[in-house]
Design a protein around this ligand. Structure first.
Ligand SMILES: [Zn+2]
Length: 444
């Protein structure tokens, strides 16, 4: 773990890069397999129930594996005409659900039935350019039977009509396979510029900067010529990249110190000694004690619709106006007012954690704002579809909702003793990937 950094000369870069490519092909096969075997990054299988997260590849045979824009879609239609009861819309900048429903001539009542079905998922609140909505109408009466949201090849959501007034959803998340990729570079200009130069995205660069925010002052501690390495995992589906990735490990080597971050199975990042990079979470988003009025339950009967609807968070009964606090450091990614979820906030935390706070009466933060654990973010309320004043609180780990009361969130600041061996094993896998002898293995 206390590896010695082998400095590289910039003139060797090109040569090194070529050899690295060749070598990566070899080590992907080995390390990728071993890494996946010991440390699967994909979540465990879950029940393939309506409203639950579906994991089975076979459940979604009809989807295209790549999004089409409208132009290519219409060209494609010449060869494979789409039946006229199926309508497809690619989200454009400025689109929202209303304008899209207008464009396919489906009424607002139907739209709100879909929005109601989406209450516990909230996927339709963040339609992004390039997402595709496909509407399947009844051939005779032109009633909407099914709406599919294509987010990326490994993630689609299907809203299916169940009766005259309601829809239910299937959230289809395909695991695919994850391949590690090593990126290494040296600081030339800012870290931001240097990271983009080795192929990291802006978002990944931002995530890395945020991850080390308590350890490293980028503008002060990094100098030209310092080295950094990043292992990221790229998702493949049927041999094609889906565009999804996450950071597995990062190392910075400055003149005086080195700084590390390794993603562990709990979704949190730790340095090589097993110390968490993120500060611990707090369990509850409020002070004092409030009773649980509705627990986390994936097979709950909805109190208003009386249909089976997963309850993906926990409800705490509390008077309107009770201060709500962020449970961990993070960045506010959504501030929304949903017809059914009410006023709500979403915060993305370090590691692969996210929290949501719903039915609020007042929100005191803005989207994009950096938040500290324990910072007041809102006042609780009774907005949206709600049976009484309460706070609905959710935790998502690696894209999945977990029970906030029992979830293994980083409450402590280091790897527990019982997990330390497993963590060390993972670190040595990642380190050996980063320490591959790129300089002298291939081409000698
Ligand atoms: Zn709730």
């Amino acid at each position: 773990m206390n590896a010695i950094w082998k400095p590289t000369l910039s003139q060797q870069k090109k040569y090194r890069r070529n050899r690295r490519l060749l070598l990566l092909v070899v080590i992907f096969a080995v390390v990728g397999f071993v890494g996946y075997y010991y440390f699967p990054t994909s979540p465990p299988p879950e029940l393939a129930k309506t409203g639950a997260q579906v994991q089975d590849k076979q459940t979604y045979p009809e989807k295209p594996t790549e999004p089409l824009n409208q132009d290519t879609a219409s060209m494609d239609n010449l060869q494979h005409p789409v039946p006229e009861h199926i309508l497809k819309r690619t989200i454009q900048p400025g689109d929202n659900l209303s304008t899209i429903f207008d464009s396919v001539k489906i009424n607002q009542t139907t739209m709100f039935q879909i929005v109601a079905a989406d209450e516990s998922l909230l996927a339709l609140d963040i339609l992004r350019p390039g997402n595709i909505l496909t509407f399947t109408l009844d051939k005779k009466n032109r009633q909407l039977m099914k709406m599919e949201l294509f987010i990326h090849p490994a993630h689609q959501i299907v809203y299916q009509r169940v009766d005259e007034n309601s829809f239910e959803y299937k959230d289809i998340i395909l695991s695919g396979t994850w391949e590690p990729q090593l990126l290494d570079g040296e600081i030339e200009g800012s870290f931001y510029q240097s990271a983009l130069a080795v192929g990291l995205s802006e978002q990944e660069t931002g995530n890395i900067t945020y991850l080390f925010k308590n350890k490293l002052k980028f503008s002060r501690d990094l100098r030209a010529g310092d080295h950094f390495q990043v292992v990221r995992s790229l998702q493949l589906l049927d041999g094609k990249l889906t565009g999804q990735s996450h950071i597995e490990a990062v190392r910075f080597f400055t003149r005086k110190h080195h700084y590390t971050a390794f993603l562990f199975e709990d979704g949190n990042y730790y340095d090589e000694r097993g110390e968490s990079l993120a500060r611990a979470f707090q369990r509850y988003p409020f002070k004092g004690h409030f009773r649980i009025s509705s627990p986390f339950n994936l097979a709950r009967l909805h109190p208003i619709t009386k249909r089976i609807a997963p309850h993906k968070g926990v409800d705490f009964g509390m008077p309107v106006g009770t201060p709500v606090y962020a449970t961990g450091d993070g960045i506010v990614t959504r501030v929304k007012n949903h017809r059914y979820a009410g006023k709500y906030i979403e915060i993305k935390h370090e590691g692969r954690y996210m929290t949501r706070y719903m039915h609020l009466s007042r929100i005191t933060v803005k989207r994009g704002q950096k938040i500290k654990r324990g910072e007041r973010i809102a006042l609780s309320g009774n907005t949206g579809r709600s049976t009484g004043p309460h706070l609905h609180y959710e935790i998502h780990i690696k894209g999945r909702t977990v029970n906030p009361i029992t979830a293994k969130i980083p409450m402590a600041v280091s790897i527990p003793k019982s997990k330390f061996k497993l963590f060390q094993q993972r670190v040595s896998e990642l380190v050996s990937l980063m320490e591959q002898p790129v300089f002298d293995l291939i081409g000698t």
